[in-house]
Design a protein. Structure first.
Length: 296
């Protein structure tokens, strides 16, 4: 294969919170890289997933859902991340829920660059009871912008994901690949550990715990096929600390156990994980704390 036959480019995945962006990234890459939960604002960082398929290398960038309802430093940081991603990419996947378009969707659409091809991804099509109901909605969406492609799909269906890859490929520039053919992400194991712990935290606390909590990796050591990890869950109030720890420490123990098991599956390695919980009042509205906790 000659270098000129190769295609490679960056593709942003954008949309309001909870439209399935992280699930879509994981499906496109074929590996869990971006955490998922029912809690809004789950994704907080620029997460890069890489998929090499035939002559094309796709570099997908999952972004935080654009924040329209909260004005603290954390959400301003998340919105800066979205804007910086859009400036660098070759194409944009604008993800919405099939048959729905809210004011928050419209606010994200208004941010999308006019000089980049934008593909409208109507996700969760499998949840639409009557496909005929999508026709007038599709027509109304085309009036909002001249989308490069309209792709109804479900990120949970492998055939839909493969079809989407074929649709995206022609939008990638003809140039040599940026990564090796088997690369999956440019994020470190340390970063993936913090994200998976945070996912278990959100999933196991449900709506009890506000989203303004984070995970800091204090120690990450590799000893052959063993990873020794120490991490701190940072919350804003003493009451939140109690929610995370649970009765007799039961909830914190379960968070650690489920995170450890998933990390062991991800890396095919043994993991020793220690978790602590600390209170840092106002961290989500402090630029200094955000930088110290690894927010871009």
């Amino acid at each position: 294969m000659t270098a000129t036959a190769q295609r490679c480019g960056l593709v942003a995945i954008v949309g309001r919170p909870n439209v399935g962006k992280s699930t879509l990234l994981n499906a496109l890459v074929g590996q869990k890289l971006s955490i998922t939960s029912d809690k809004a604002q789950t994704t907080r960082h620029r997460i890069t997933g890489i998929r090499t398929r035939e002559a094309a290398q796709f570099i997908f960038v999952d972004t935080p859902g654009f924040q329209t309802r909260h004005g603290n430093a954390l959400n301003r940081n998340l919105n800066r991340t979205v804007r910086s991603v859009l400036a660098d990419v070759d194409a944009v996947l604008f993800v919405v829920e099939a048959g729905r378009f809210s004011l928050d969707d419209a606010k994200v659409l208004a941010l999308l660059p006019e000089d980049k091809p934008v593909l409208l991804i109507a996700n969760k099509q499998d949840e639409v009871k009557r496909r005929a109901d999508l026709m007038p909605w599709m027509a109304s969406m085309q009036e909002r912008r001249d989308f490069a492609q309209f792709v109804p799909m479900s990120a949970k269906k492998a055939a839909d994901v493969e079809r989407l890859l074929g649709i995206i490929a022609p939008y990638l520039p003809e140039q040599p690949w940026f990564y090796e053919a088997d690369a999956l992400t440019d994020r470190s194991e340390r970063f993936l550990a913090s994200e998976l712990i945070r996912e278990k935290l959100f999933r196991l606390t449900g709506d009890e715990l506000p989203y303004s909590c984070t995970v800091v990796i204090d120690k990450f050591e590799e000893e052959g096929n063993l990873r020794r990890i120490a991490a701190t869950i940072v919350v804003e109030r003493d009451a939140h600390k109690g929610m995370v720890i649970g009765d007799g420490g039961a909830r914190l123990k379960r968070i650690g156990s489920e995170a450890r098991q998933e990390l062991e599956r991800l890396w095919a390695a043994k993991v020793f994980l220690e978790l602590w919980v600390k209170v840092r009042s106002g961290w989500a509205d402090s630029e200094e704390h955000l930088r110290s906790y690894g927010y871009e």
